[in-house]
Design a binder for this molecule. Structure first.
Ligand SMILES: Cc1ncc(COP(=O)(O)O)c(C=O)c1O
Length: 360
């Protein structure tokens, strides 16, 4: 069901640009209003402490730390594993390298190299991990002439690939290969909840494969703010120092943590509804505009639609004029994301509009 202010159906805009757009539900707002709080820089916010413990426990790690954003959680999580002047390997379309505005280099002194297998020839647009690729790129102890690889970052689900769930056997192969080489692993798990719901793989099975894991509460789970980084207790103690240094020390942030705890209780299993709606949207688009999307290849809540010869921007603008908002993702692609504030009617309206615009 939709939450927040809802205009009359005639005027309603279906906003599928991102799952970050959700407004807190009334029940979530109530949980926030009633939360016991304290000063978190002193470590004294009981609600925040409870959230950090809960997420660490879910992901099979010793400790957790709350962050105001996924970008900051990734920046600190990676920095714990990579000293300045050493390198991080990641997919060329990864959020850590494409969408965090160079923070890992600018603030962490970290260099990076990317892999892009199957992107140019179109054989791997979803950016499904093949562990052999990063393992072949690694140079763990490069000596005095080349940059040494300190860590590899993986994104699950992979946003710019279209909500791709990374195969567990590839994650396991990556873990054993990096471990043998003494290279660390970071997981950008902004949407790990979606991977867990789509596959049934327990969260801690994913979590234990990585040295640091960031997860977001503000995407599919519908909280207004917040991410949690989990790791060993020793690393989380270091992360607390880095977070303060980056300006991320918060005070009575228990009001935000209460939203996260509420989301963990109430909004994880329902992600299956977002996944079903994403497939339904893809089916409508594929029926009206064959070739725009393969509905069988929509694993979670993100639908990437090919716009043919027209630009993504042009198609997004035409859909917006008819009350459906999507993001232009590439020169000939748009992205539609289902979320807590999108219901079946919204998806049917969006399917009709997008189908007609794409066929147009
Ligand atoms: C895969 C992924 N990682 C990290 C982030 C960063 O989250 P934030 O916007 O809270 O910084 C996002 C945001 O969309 C994301 O999609």
């Amino acid at each position: 069901m939709s939450a927040g202010p809802t205009p009359a159906r005639g005027a309603r805009v279906v906003d599928l640009r991102s799952d970050t757009l959700t407004a807190p539900t009334p029940a979530m707002r109530e949980a926030m209003a009633g939360a016991p709080v304290g000063d978190d820089v002193y470590g004294e916010d009981p609600t925040l402490n409870a959230l950090e413990e809960r997420v660490a426990d879910l992901l099979g790690h010793e400790a957790g730390l709350f962050f105001p954003s996924g970008s900051m959680a990734n920046m600190v999580g990676v920095r714990l594993l990579v000293e300045p002047g050493r390198e991080l390997l990641a997919d060329v379309t990864s959020h850590v390298l494409r969408a965090e505005l160079g923070g890992h280099g600018a603030l962490g002194g970290i260099t990076s190299r990317t892999w892009s297998d199957g992107l140019v020839d179109g054989s791997n647009p979803a950016r499904v991990l093949d562990a052999r690729v990063p393992l072949a790129l690694m140079v763990p102890d490069a000596g005095p002439y080349l940059v040494s690889t300190a860590a590899v970052a993986v994104e699950n689900t992979h946003n710019f690939g279209g909500g791709t769930v990374q195969p567990l056997d590839q994650l396991q192969a990556l873990r054993s290969g990096t471990e043998q080489a003494g290279v660390a692993l970071h997981l950008d798990g902004a949407r790990l909840w979606n991977a867990h719901v789509a596959t049934g793989v327990p969260l801690d099975v994913y979590g234990r494969l990585f040295d640091t894991v960031s997860v977001c509460l503000s995407k599919g789970l519908g909280a207004p703010v917040g991410s949690v980084l989990v790791a060993s207790a020793e690393r989380v103690a270091q992360a607390r120092v880095l977070r303060k240094r980056y300006g991320g020390g918060m005070r009575q942030a228990g009001v935000l943590a209460a939203a996260g705890l509420h989301a963990l209780e109430n909004h994880v299993d329902r992600l299956a509804e977002d996944h079903a709606r994403a497939r339904r949207l893809a089916q409508a688009c594929a029926a009206a505009a064959p070739g725009s999307v393969d509905p069988g290849a929509v694993p979670t809540n993100i639908v990437v639609l090919r716009t043919g010869t027209r630009s993504g921007t042009e198609v997004a603008a035409a859909a917006a004029e008819r009350g459906v908002r999507v993001s232009a993702l590439g020169p000939h692609m748009v992205r539609a994301v289902t979320h807590l504030d999108v219901d079946d009617t919204d998806v049917d309206v969006a399917g009709t509009v997008l189908g007609e615009v794409l066929a147009g």
